[in-house]
Design a protein around this ligand. Sequence first.
Ligand SMILES: *Cc1c(COP(=O)(O)O)cnc(C)c1O
Length: 379
Amino acid sequence: MHAHEHPRQISSLVRPEVADLPRYDPGADPDSARTAHGLSHIAKLSNNENPFGFSAAVGDALRPLTNGLGTYPDPSSRHLRTKLAERLGVSIGRITIGNGSENILELLCQAFIGAGDRVVTQSPCFGLHEIFPLMMGGRVDKVPLSQGFSFDSAAWQQALAQPTKMVLISNPSNPVGTVIESEEFLTLVDAAPKNALLVIDEAYFEYAEGDTNFPDALSRLAHQPRPWMVLRTFSKAYGLASLRIGYGIASHDWLVEILDRVRTPYNVNGWAQCAALAALSDQDHVKKGVALIAHERIRLSQLVRNIGLAVAPSHTNFLFIDTGRNAVGIANDLLRQGVIVKPWREHGFESFIRMSLGTPDDNDFFFQALCLVLNHHPA
Ligand SMILES: *Cc1c(COP(=O)(O)O)cnc(C)c1O
């Protein structure tokens, strides 16, 4: 018996929900790609990371921390929660911290989703918005975007007329990059059953917050009597993806206390807590990165449209591009050129790739490789 085979004994022990789960696709590994294709430069444009990295303040804050490696971190992330509570104008009891915001998504599902519970999300969606509810035995209904990649208010109203345990949606959308606009956001909130938990995943908040029509979810939800949570992360605009830290703002302290019951006490390591605090103190760094990305987003969208491909209007640090061909094939061809992107596999979107905006050089590198792969010669 080989270690990679599935011994029947394990298969019969595992919960059926787990055996059937789709796999999360983390994208190709840069080192393997380098070796496999004999490449010197790899543009990793697959995980929506910040090409400009983290603030110098983070490095300064972490250096002295090596002395404290032997002690457990603060299980309540008190300093960071205090700082976030001040910035956001909410009480500290309403803030929860996760080992990445994906950890909070997982905790929400562990605490609230049981066998047969219905979760409504959007299609196409972030993989974990489907995987975590399914893992708990929930049912996931996906509401498609309408033509032109916009939020389909009528379809959502219809979907939310049925009993629903949780509404789970990213705004801006990953993988599409579009936003639910202010008016639509109100429609969504009104349509959601009063006893449903509303989870708004704002992983790309910092890229969209200045845009007209991007709803200020925290103030829109402030007077809702229902339970809700808004999720944000230090992985994207703050450039700290490696450290794994994100946060949630809850409607009520009680929601945070519920998550504490399923949370492992030391889910957030000390380096991550310290780095997040330092990163918050350097908003200039975030603003500069967001501005550079906005510039690249416009420039690259135009280049890609010029060769005849459709690109969704993005409010994030990535582009969702219709290649018109099988995306897995295109992604493999790009990989051979040293560019890693994510091919989309969800039904109806099999010709799309999601490309994370990188440095201007890497974006050019991507565009040249794309033209080559599509056999298109840029003017
Ligand atoms: C990247 C991403 C996350 C995960 O962020 P982490 O804080 O790194 O776990 C969550 N939701 C969406 C929609 C994302 O794109």
